[in-house]
Design a protein. Sequence first.
Length: 172
Amino acid sequence: MTGRVPVEVTNLDRYGNPPLEWSRADKALSSSVPSPAVTSFLGTVRPDGRPSAAGVGVAWLDGDLYFTSSPDARKARNLAGNPACTLSTRLDGIDLVVEGEAERVTDAGTLGRLATVYQAAGWPAEVTGDAFTAPFNAPSAGPPPWHLYRLRIATVFGVAVTEPYGATRWRF
């Protein structure tokens, strides 16, 4: 568990279920990502205001979500102009939609820690300068290097898809 504590919890359930505990979402994130079996979608905003969505592989470390992008990819170009984004994912027993802002990470310590996390999940990422390289990445990722981004979480919506059911909004 990360020790992250929401400052506001709102029960969104219409069927009488109590609010979900943040620890359930935290545990699902900690045990599920990164994994090739978990697909997550990053939502960003194009310069003209239209939405854009892209599948990304995410990692959960110390209460933050991380993902990578080629600097030339639409998502990276969108984030350069507007860091506001969403990340949606289905985990074991709970669906999450995360809202926040993404920032590029360039410090060697964080890059090294995330490379280790990704390597343990089967992606042989290596730190090269202030980005990652590897012999392969997702077919849509474009060529290396791949920049690392941290999603600073503001709000998370959770909907439990297994018992105990419920729907909750956590603000941080």
